[in-house]
Write a protein that binds this ligand. Structure first.
Ligand code: FO1
Length: 308
């Protein structure tokens, strides 16, 4: 069995960790959003690639959902003294990843190559692919104008009203090597419970990826990141409303309806199952809140059970 997952940040990483408890991790390819990528102090930071990598390597800071466990922020403190921006917190151990990535990119390597080097070095057996090797930047339109994703989410704490979300330069970006192949030749494609607009949206905006999702023989199953009318975490609700989608599993189904086969939604939303089915998408009700390792694995088993 070859599994391919589409992933964004925190929610995705937990499901992937559970998946790697149930399947052989070397049978998994993860296609990760890079629309959140950000330059800090001249360093290239890829938050979602790092969150997936750190989580699968057992390095993640569980409480924050990003960065490396037990990290320190001494460099950040000195940078503050020097008057540099420090609203985006880079830990001292986390810095090594950004220094390595920036150094290897400057030497002419692609983001795919560097990502593969890092995941191998930290002992991950699954493949981790950026959605593209070209830069695509998720932008958020707020009353203060267009902001880069990290300016919206971190600097402004996700508080501003969202009027639109765009994926800058997605039209000229191409799927990274292996991405289309991983979708076309998968036994199953799993869309993780990530923000449909700012985590999965950028992946879908890359030319060729939606087509390969529509064309693949593999069944495609998504786990709704929206439970009980709100996202489990983050700004997905505001972004879905900005895109004219209801903040519910139905809105998630609408966002993916061109290629999605099955949507797993939480028990709290079981009343919406028939509306999801009316879109031609099979609705499966399960407990989708991942509180601990055990519920991560039980959700994964519920997802794998619906696959033919
Ligand atoms: N999120 C925050 O809320 N505050 C931060 O200071 C912060 C720093 C940070 C550094 C590295 C990294 O990989 C992620 C970081 N994040 C931070 C999380 C990041 O904004 C989100 O993980 C994604 O962009 C959303 O999925």
């Amino acid at each position: 069995m070859k599994y391919t997952a589409l992933a964004g940040g925190t929610g995705a990483a937990k499901l992937l960790r559970g998946l790697c408890q149930v399947i052989d991790p070397s049978d998994l390819t993860v296609i990760v959003n890079t629309g959140d990528d950000w330059m800090v102090w001249g360093l290239s930071v890829s938050p979602d690639l790092d969150t997936v990598t750190y989580t699968l390597a057992g390095l993640i800071d569980e409480t924050q959902g990003w960065g490396i466990r037990d990290d320190t922020f001494r460099c950040l403190a000195v940078m503050a003294t020097l008057g540099r921006e420090t609203w985006f917190n880079l830990g001292d151990k986390d810095l090594a990843t950004h220094l390595y990535r920036t150094d290897r990119l400057r030497e002419g390597n692609t983001l795919s190559q560097v990502t593969d080097e890092i995941r191998r070095r930290v002992g991950i057996r699954s493949r981790i692919l950026p959605m593209s090797d070209q830069r695509v930047a998720t932008q958020v339109l707020t009353p203060d104008g267009w902001l880069a994703f990290q300016e919206f989410l971190v600097r402004e704490k996700g508080r501003l009203e969202v009027r639109d979300v765009a994926y800058e330069r997605s039209e000229s970006a191409r799927p990274a090597p292996g991405v289309v192949d991983a979708i076309s030749h998968a036994s199953a494609v799993i869309v993780c419970p990530s923000n449909p607009i700012s985590s999965i949206g950028p992946i879908l905006a890359i030319r060729g990826i939606q087509d390969s999702l529509a064309a693949t023989q593999a069944p495609i199953v998504a786990v709704s990141p929206i439970v009980g009318g709100a996202p489990v975490s983050g700004p997905a609700g505001k972004m879905m409303l900005a895109k004219g989608l209801p903040v519910s599993p139905v809105g998630v189904a609408q966002a993916y309806e061109k290629w999605l086969d099955i949507l797993v939604l939480d028990r709290q939303d079981s009343a919406l199952a028939s509306e999801v089915q009316s879109l031609g998408i099979r609705a499966v009700v399960a407990d989708t809140i991942m509180r601990d390792r055990q519920t991560e694995v039980s959700l994964v088993r519920a997802v794998l059970k619906v696959l033919p």
